[in-house]
Design a protein around this ligand. Structure first.
Ligand code: ZN
Ligand code: ZN
Length: 165
Protein backbone atom coordinates (compact mmCIF):
# COMPACT_ATOMS: atom_id res chain seq x y z
CA UNK A 1 0.00 0.00 0.00
CA UNK A 2 1.52 3.33 -1.09
CA UNK A 3 1.90 6.23 1.36
CA UNK A 4 -0.91 8.13 -0.34
CA UNK A 5 -3.39 5.24 -0.27
CA UNK A 6 -6.07 5.57 2.39
CA UNK A 7 -8.44 2.85 3.52
CA UNK A 8 -11.95 4.26 3.74
CA UNK A 9 -13.89 1.13 4.80
CA UNK A 10 -14.99 2.87 8.02
CA UNK A 11 -16.36 5.86 6.12
CA UNK A 12 -18.26 3.70 3.65
CA UNK A 13 -20.04 1.97 6.52
CA UNK A 14 -21.06 5.25 8.13
CA UNK A 15 -21.99 7.78 5.45
CA UNK A 16 -21.83 11.38 6.59
CA UNK A 17 -18.80 11.06 8.83
CA UNK A 18 -15.53 12.66 7.79
CA UNK A 19 -11.90 11.91 8.38
CA UNK A 20 -8.94 14.24 8.10
CA UNK A 21 -5.56 12.95 6.95
CA UNK A 22 -2.16 14.57 6.49
CA UNK A 23 0.03 12.50 4.22
CA UNK A 24 3.43 12.72 2.58
CA UNK A 25 4.66 10.73 -0.35
CA UNK A 26 6.68 10.56 -3.50
CA UNK A 27 4.73 11.80 -6.48
CA UNK A 28 6.87 11.87 -9.60
CA UNK A 29 5.68 14.73 -11.78
CA UNK A 30 7.15 15.09 -15.25
CA UNK A 31 6.79 18.49 -16.83
CA UNK A 32 7.47 18.28 -20.55
CA UNK A 33 9.14 21.14 -22.41
CA UNK A 34 9.94 23.36 -19.42
CA UNK A 35 12.82 23.87 -17.01
CA UNK A 36 10.46 23.45 -14.04
CA UNK A 37 10.77 20.24 -12.04
CA UNK A 38 8.78 19.40 -8.96
CA UNK A 39 10.32 17.90 -5.88
CA UNK A 40 8.68 14.51 -5.66
CA UNK A 41 8.10 14.68 -1.90
CA UNK A 42 4.57 16.00 -1.90
CA UNK A 43 2.28 16.81 1.01
CA UNK A 44 -1.45 16.13 0.88
CA UNK A 45 -3.97 17.39 3.44
CA UNK A 46 -7.34 15.88 2.82
CA UNK A 47 -10.77 15.54 4.37
CA UNK A 48 -12.51 12.36 3.23
CA UNK A 49 -16.26 12.07 3.45
CA UNK A 50 -18.56 9.25 2.36
CA UNK A 51 -21.31 10.49 0.05
CA UNK A 52 -23.93 8.50 -1.83
CA UNK A 53 -21.79 8.21 -4.98
CA UNK A 54 -18.55 7.28 -3.18
CA UNK A 55 -15.98 9.27 -1.25
CA UNK A 56 -15.46 13.00 -1.60
CA UNK A 57 -11.86 14.17 -1.14
CA UNK A 58 -11.37 17.86 -0.34
CA UNK A 59 -8.03 19.40 0.53
CA UNK A 60 -4.74 20.71 -0.79
CA UNK A 61 -1.52 19.46 -2.32
CA UNK A 62 1.78 21.15 -1.41
CA UNK A 63 4.96 20.74 -3.43
CA UNK A 64 8.19 22.61 -3.98
CA UNK A 65 9.70 23.10 -7.41
CA UNK A 66 12.95 24.17 -9.00
CA UNK A 67 13.63 25.86 -12.32
CA UNK A 68 16.01 28.10 -14.22
CA UNK A 69 15.16 31.77 -14.66
CA UNK A 70 13.87 32.13 -18.20
CA UNK A 71 15.96 35.27 -18.78
CA UNK A 72 19.27 34.72 -16.93
CA UNK A 73 19.23 30.96 -16.17
CA UNK A 74 19.90 31.40 -12.44
CA UNK A 75 18.29 28.72 -10.27
CA UNK A 76 14.83 29.61 -8.97
CA UNK A 77 12.73 27.70 -6.45
CA UNK A 78 9.21 28.04 -5.22
CA UNK A 79 6.30 26.25 -3.63
CA UNK A 80 2.75 25.67 -4.78
CA UNK A 81 -0.28 24.88 -2.67
CA UNK A 82 -3.20 23.75 -4.78
CA UNK A 83 -6.73 23.08 -3.55
CA UNK A 84 -8.79 20.20 -4.87
CA UNK A 85 -12.25 18.70 -4.49
CA UNK A 86 -12.61 15.35 -6.23
CA UNK A 87 -14.89 12.35 -6.10
CA UNK A 88 -13.77 8.73 -5.81
CA UNK A 89 -16.37 6.21 -6.97
CA UNK A 90 -16.57 2.51 -7.72
CA UNK A 91 -17.30 3.06 -11.39
CA UNK A 92 -14.99 5.98 -12.03
CA UNK A 93 -15.66 8.11 -15.09
CA UNK A 94 -12.48 8.64 -17.10
CA UNK A 95 -11.19 12.18 -16.65
CA UNK A 96 -13.96 13.11 -14.21
CA UNK A 97 -13.71 10.99 -11.09
CA UNK A 98 -11.12 8.70 -9.49
CA UNK A 99 -11.56 5.00 -8.82
CA UNK A 100 -12.55 3.62 -5.42
CA UNK A 101 -10.93 0.17 -5.37
CA UNK A 102 -11.15 -2.35 -2.50
CA UNK A 103 -12.44 0.40 -0.18
CA UNK A 104 -9.27 2.42 -0.74
CA UNK A 105 -8.61 5.78 -2.34
CA UNK A 106 -5.21 6.44 -3.91
CA UNK A 107 -4.38 10.14 -3.68
CA UNK A 108 -1.21 9.86 -5.79
CA UNK A 109 -2.83 10.28 -9.24
CA UNK A 110 -4.96 13.10 -7.86
CA UNK A 111 -1.86 14.86 -6.47
CA UNK A 112 0.03 14.39 -9.75
CA UNK A 113 -2.77 15.70 -11.96
CA UNK A 114 -3.44 18.63 -9.61
CA UNK A 115 0.24 19.63 -9.68
CA UNK A 116 0.59 19.26 -13.44
CA UNK A 117 -2.14 21.85 -13.89
CA UNK A 118 -0.75 24.34 -11.39
CA UNK A 119 3.04 24.25 -11.53
CA UNK A 120 4.46 27.31 -13.32
CA UNK A 121 5.55 26.71 -16.90
CA UNK A 122 8.38 29.22 -16.69
CA UNK A 123 9.99 31.13 -13.87
CA UNK A 124 11.83 34.39 -13.31
CA UNK A 125 14.42 34.96 -10.56
CA UNK A 126 12.80 38.38 -9.99
CA UNK A 127 9.91 40.09 -11.75
CA UNK A 128 12.18 42.61 -13.49
CA UNK A 129 15.14 40.30 -14.16
CA UNK A 130 17.17 42.19 -16.81
CA UNK A 131 18.47 38.91 -18.23
CA UNK A 132 21.66 38.44 -20.21
CA UNK A 133 23.12 40.94 -22.70
CA UNK A 134 22.37 39.56 -26.17
CA UNK A 135 25.73 40.86 -27.45
CA UNK A 136 28.32 39.89 -24.81
CA UNK A 137 26.40 37.46 -22.59
CA UNK A 138 26.99 39.49 -19.40
CA UNK A 139 24.56 38.87 -16.55
CA UNK A 140 22.86 42.27 -16.43
CA UNK A 141 21.64 41.80 -12.82
CA UNK A 142 25.30 42.21 -11.88
CA UNK A 143 25.43 45.58 -13.62
CA UNK A 144 25.36 47.06 -17.12
CA UNK A 145 27.93 45.94 -19.69
CA UNK A 146 29.79 48.16 -22.17
CA UNK A 147 27.75 47.18 -25.20
CA UNK A 148 25.84 49.78 -27.20
CA UNK A 149 22.31 49.82 -25.84
CA UNK A 150 19.70 48.50 -28.23
CA UNK A 151 17.66 51.58 -29.10
CA UNK A 152 14.92 50.06 -31.17
CA UNK A 153 12.24 47.92 -29.66
CA UNK A 154 12.18 44.84 -31.92
CA UNK A 155 8.38 44.97 -31.96
CA UNK A 156 8.60 48.08 -34.17
CA UNK A 157 10.31 46.09 -36.92
CA UNK A 158 7.02 44.40 -37.77
CA UNK A 159 5.37 47.81 -38.14
CA UNK A 160 8.20 48.98 -40.44
CA UNK A 161 7.38 46.13 -42.79
CA UNK A 162 3.77 47.26 -42.93
CA UNK A 163 4.56 50.88 -43.74
CA UNK A 164 3.32 52.02 -47.14
CA UNK A 165 5.43 54.38 -49.24
ZN1 ZN B 1 16.83 36.03 -13.89
ZN1 ZN C 1 26.90 43.34 -23.37
Amino acid sequence: MGPLVVNVADLLRRPGIRRHEELHGHVPVTMVGTSVSADDDVGVRVTLEAVSEGVLATGSVTASWRAECRRCLRPVAGEVVVRFRELYERHAREGETYPLIHEQVDLEPLARETLLLELPLTALCQADCPGICPSCGADLSEGACDCEPVVRDPRWAALDDLRLD
